[in-house]
Design a protein around this ligand. Structure first.
Ligand SMILES: NC(=O)C1=CN([C@@H]2O[C@H](COP(=O)(O)OP(=O)(O)OC[C@H]3O[C@@H](n4cnc5c(N)ncnc54)[C@H](O)[C@@H]3O)[C@@H](O)[C@H]2O)[C@@H](O)CC1
Ligand SMILES: Nc1ncnc2c1ncn2[C@@H]1O[C@H](COP(=O)(O)OP(=O)(O)O)[C@@H](O)[C@H]1O
Ligand SMILES: [K+]
Length: 494
């Protein structure tokens, strides 16, 4: 299980473990693990080590000592820029400083100009960053980023909030890392919002603390093991009724494509029968995908179908009526797009959703989530985990808060961050496809929680597959996702 620990949880683990280990053990181990990560990245000799005032700086000084120590056969030329704070360093950091000073590392007072660094080690700040990086330190971070050299960040890229993935700001700066080696436990902020861009590749160094010594984490990274129980191979003796019906309700005037995208998402991930019930019927058949059955939302009887409501649905009276009826009914539900905007405007509908017996899946992007919570999208993005948790608890639903590092939360407080997907998904219609996949998995009998995390994983992996084939991220279209999602899901089921 890929646990993600908050800063508070890491501090608790550190506190407990430190009592059973000789002082400075964890920092020494962090320095050793990070030095091997640095060696693995090194394609030249010149290493710049940035060491800040706290224990993150201590880790960096350990790395400098390890890379430039007499015992090493690697001829790295290590330069250390150490920026102590106004208070004395911790005893561990003081020891690391003495080790680094005794090594062959050269200490400097400012960023040396004109050197072609093979690697920069970022040990300015870790989980102790308490306020935005400003003054000379800010200029240093900007100068480092402008160099565009490989950067190994220690624990967290300096400037990034390890809990939220936000650059601590307003208008803050953070070190742009190529790779982040993170200590003791992985952290949510490295995998969502701005975190994926700043952290680069994330590597975990548990520092000898085995999982048994760590309490359960508040969040985890999505992986197929979390929904594997639903990935059974299909029985020979099955028929289309075995895999459920999905009805997508949406498609106001000018928005006919949105429900079709969702319907294709459902069809290509295995739903038995797929309908589109259009608010404004645009045609009797989808000529590209004639398997999809076209209906008029006005008089559509959805029977036992799983409903995906909202893609391109608009806010007409018909839209409102259909949504109301669905919330009243017992069908499994996925609520997306305009359905969420209508619900955001109506405390009555919110109450009905929260009181439903069958848990619905809601798939807001940050602005839709902001409307539902009555805040701005900047507030949602500033703490995506908290926003998803709060929405899940208010709506009593499984919430899929979309965007880079999609966050999935349920009313029981479980939180998962999705690692698949890429910026190719930042294109119109990709959210509709996701809603359709959610509906498809629900219709095939998956539980709402697993349907949501499974759909998000498959949807992102489909985009990754397309990028690997050269069909993105630039110019990837939502219409390509269903076929790729089919390949991903079949590979998982095999
Ligand atoms: N948790 C643990 O058990 C371990 C922690 N280690 C390292 O220790 C780090 C945490 O150390 P600290 O708690 O000392 O925190 P940091 O080293 O992240 O930073 C705290 C220091 O920076 C100052 N500071 C905070 N924000 C600032 C700002 N914007 N401008 C200027 N100064 C600022 C604080 O006053 C303090 O001196 C971890 O990220 C990790 O790298 C490792 O040694 C391994 C073990
Ligand atoms: N930069 C990105 N990285 C990863 N996933 C992304 C990114 N941008 C968008 N996505 C994903 O693409 C989908 C977009 O959905 P949405 O915002 O509803 O758009 P639309 O309604 O136009 O389809 C979501 O699944 C979202 O998580
Ligand atoms: K750092």
């Amino acid at each position: 299980m890929k646990s993600l620990y908050s800063v508070a949880e890491i501090r608790t683990i550190e506190h407990t473990i430190a009592q059973s280990l000789p002082a400075g053990t964890l920092m020494r181990r962090a320095g050793e693990a990070a030095a091997s990560a640095a060696r693995a990245m090194l394609a030249g000799r010149k290493v710049l080590v940035l060491a800040g005032p706290g224990n993150n700086g201590g880790d960096a000084l350990e790395v400098a000592a390890n890379l430039a120590g007499a015992e090493t056969d690697l001829e790295a030329e290590v330069t250390v820029l150490y920026l102590p704070g106004s208070s004395a360093p911790s005893p561990e950091t003081a020891r690391a400083l003495a080790r680094a000073r005794a090594s062959k590392a050269q200490f400097v007072d400012s960023l040396p100009l004109g050197r072609d660094w093979s690697l920069i080690v970022d040990g300015l700040f870790g989980i102790g960053l308490a306020r935005p990086i400003d003054g000379a330190m800010r200029l240093l971070v900007e100068a480092i980023n402008a160099l565009g050299r490989p950067v190994l960040a220690l624990d967290v890229p300096s400037g990034l909030d390890a809990d939220t993935g936000a650059v601590i700001g307003p208008d803050g700066v953070a070190v742009q890392a190529t790779r982040t080696i993170t200590f003791i436990g992985d952290k949510p902020g490295l995998h969502t919002f701005e975190g994926r861009d700043y952290a680069g590749q994330v590597q975990l160094a548990p520092l000898g603390i085995d999982p048994g010594q760590r309490p359960p984490a508040g969040a985890r990274l999505n992986e197929p093991a979390l929904f594997a129980r639903h990935l059974a191979p299909r029985r020979h003796n099955s028929h289309k009724g075995s895999f459920g019906d999905v009805a997508v309700i949406g498609g106001a005037r000018g928005m006919a494509g949105a429900p079709l995208m969702a319907a294709r998402g459902a069809l290509f991930t295995g739903a038995g029968r797929v309908f589109v019930a259009a608010i404004e019927p645009a045609g009797a058949v989808d000529v590209v995908q004639p398997e999809i059955m076209m209906r008029d939302a006005q008089d559509f009887d959805s029977g036992d179908a799983t409903l995906v409501i909202g893609p391109g649905m608009g806010d007409s009276v018909t839209a409102m009526r259909v949504l109301f009826k669905a919330l009243e009914g017992k069908a499994a539900l996925v609520l997306d797009a305009d359905a969420l905007n209508l619900i955001a405007d109506s405390p009555d509908l919110q109450g009905r959703l929260a009181q439903r017996e069958a848990t619905a899946i809601v798939t807001p992007h940050p602005l839709e989530a902001a409307r539902l919570l009555g805040v701005t999208s900047a507030v949602v993005q500033g703490d995506r985990l908290a926003a998803a948790r709060e929405l899940a608890s208010r709506l009593n639903a499984v919430v899929v808060l979309k965007g880079s590092g999609t966050v999935i939360a349920n009313a029981g407080g479980a939180v998962v961050i999705n690692p698949t997907g890429n910026a190719g998904l930042a294109t119109a219609g990709s959210g509709d496809v996701l809603a359709g996949i959610c509906g498809s998995l629900l219709a095939q009998g998956w539980q709402p929680w697993e349907a949501a995390i499974g759909a998000v994983w498959v949807h992102g992996a489909a985009a990754d597959r397309l990028v690997a084939q050269g069909s993105g991220p630039i110019g990837l279209t939502a219409g390509e996702l269903p076929v790729a999602a089919r390949a991903v899901l079949n590979a998982l089921a095999r």
